[in-house]
Design a protein around this ligand. Structure first.
Ligand code: SF4
Length: 480
């Protein structure tokens, strides 16, 4: 029997700030949120699929072993890493839901039945494990997760709503989350909603509460709009524009002092800019600086402040066998961190052993250095696992790997939905029919010159052309 955490009173939301409910508004949704979870399994062509949320990607070696057992005994013997640092099990039998839930609950991976799908929290994976000064985003993640699970209101969030907790390096802040906490060099934290470049500065101690309150405020506006929005970007413009002000008012009601921070600005520490002082020096008094633009962790060793080594490894096309997964779990001396870039951080390895462990992981088929031709290559499920797929994209992506590496990330999709595609700039390879692909560069308004037309036939004799075209699209410089 699973036990849900007891709900508590939701954090107050300033409903006065909500624009009036639209009399008649067409919902952006035609059906409910069918996002899969650990309890709500999705019926795929290769069996049932379970998606397990891992706030900040964290799981202990014991929990990792429990997942490996579940994948081995109930699923297809693999674990898929998602673009939100979560884990999916596929090929599950029709009637294994209760046993899976029991296993996850015993492993401490299901703290709430009612909130299991809304625990979408990504955090900077290398926070505290490399030389960069960083905020304790792992602590924030634990606190935010606890607050989420204790908020009856938050259970109404979509399974797609995302929190990003960035330690100041700018990696997860670039993932397009609905609520982002971005640590600043002055020790404060900026709370952002959606694509807003502005935000509200709060103290680190208040940051998790502020994130929850921002999410609850979004729910209020989404309901008021009648739009059925699941994500902040889906709010109708008139409601979306009011979100930041409504969050600020709600934080004030909750006794959390804020200061408005203009877009992409970072104040130098100094008089009047105390974190959370509520001094309200205003947007115009701060020198604008660009956001940090941190890169995702590259595969390889990372020297940690405690003298140990953290190993950053990536999974080929985001999928790990149970054997590979167990290798990672046994190598770790501390909780694993699954990253939103389909990798895993293995912390606490003794420096003298790090080289041999990396060799073992490489030999087992993991990506352990940036020069691997598999680095930066991703693919959705495609055929035969997904009924919507127009091609076996994983096989086609694997066949193309040997023809080139480096450059932009590339993502192969079996249809135009592009499930799990990367953020930022990336090469988009989309199946458009039997053996046909479109290739383009996404995520940036700038155009690039490629050697390919918009569409390529993929026939056996042309397979090399497709691979070459993809490689060219990854490395062709921008025209401006
Ligand atoms: S992108 Fe299309 S083919 Fe790929 S997993 Fe999603 S729905 Fe299926």
């Amino acid at each position: 029997m699973l036990a849900a955490m007891p709900p508590t009173s939701p954090t107050p939301v300033n409903r006065d700030e909500a624009p009036p409910r639209a009399a008649v508004r067409k919902s952006v949704r035609e059906r409910g949120d069918a996002c899969p979870g650990a309890l709500r399994l999705h019926a795929a062509d290769d069996g049932r699929l379970a998606r397990l949320r891992l706030p900040a990607g964290l799981l202990t070696p014991r929990q990792a072993e429990a997942l490996a057992d579940a994948a081995e005994r109930l699923g297809d013997g693999h674990l898929d890493l998602t673009s939100r640092g979560n884990v999916q099990l596929r090929g599950l039998g029709q009637s294994c839901g209760a046993e899976l839930a029991e296993r996850l609950y015993k492993a401490g991976l299901l703290p709430s039945e009612t909130h299991e799908r809304v625990r979408n929290i990504v955090a900077s994976p290398l926070a505290g494990l490399d030389e960069l000064p960083s905020a304790d985003v792992q602590l924030w993640a634990r606190e935010l997760d606890g607050l989420l699970c204790a908020s009856a209101r938050a259970a109404a969030l979509s399974g797609r709503f995302l929190f990003a907790l960035d330690d100041g390096r700018g990696d997860v802040a670039a993932l397009g989350a609905d609520v982002t906490l971005l640590a600043r060099r002055d020790g404060s934290v900026v709370v952002r909603t959606g694509a807003n470049r502005s935000g509200l500065r709060v103290t680190p101690e208040n940051a998790p509460r502020a994130a929850l309150l921002a999410a609850e405020t979004f729910l209020t506006l989404a309901e008021a709009s009648g739009s059925g929005a699941w994500r902040v970007r889906e709010l109708p413009a008139e409601h979306g524009r009011g979100l930041e002000a409504a969050v600020r008012a709600g934080l004030a009601d909750a006794g959390i002092a804020t200061e408005y921070v203009a877009e992409a600005s970072e104040p130098e520490p100094g008089p009047g800019s105390e974190p959370g002082s509520g001094a309200g020096s205003g947007a115009g008094s701060e020198a604008s600086k660009p956001d940090p633009e941190g890169e995702p962790p590259l595969p390889g060793p990372v020297l940690s402040p405690d003298g140990t080594v953290a190993l950053s490894v990536h999974a080929r096309l985001g999928r790990l066998s149970v054997a590979q997964w167990r290798l990672l779990a046994t190598a770790a001396n501390g909780p694993l961190r699954v990253t939103p870039w389909r990798g895993v951080i293995v912390p606490g390895v003794a420096p003298a052993a790090a080289g041999a462990v990396l060799d073992r992981l490489r030999t087992a088929g993991l990506i352990t250095n940036p020069g691997s031709p598999w680095h930066g290559v991703g693919a959705c499920t495609g055929r035969p696992g997904c009924a919507k797929a127009l091609a076996d994209v994983r096989s086609d992506a694997a066949a193309a790997v040997s023809r080139g590496s480096g450059g932009l990330p590339v993502y192969w999709s079996g249809c135009a939905r592009r499930c799990g595609h990367p953020q930022g700039r990336w090469v988009d390879v989309v199946a458009t029919g039997e053996g046909r692909y479109d290739i383009s560069v996404q995520g940036d308004a700038r155009s690039i010159t490629t050697t390919t037309g918009p569409e390529l036939e993929l026939k056996p004799e042309l397979e090399l052309e497709l691979a070459d075209a993809v490689a060219a699209a990854r490395t062709t410089p921008l025209t401006r």
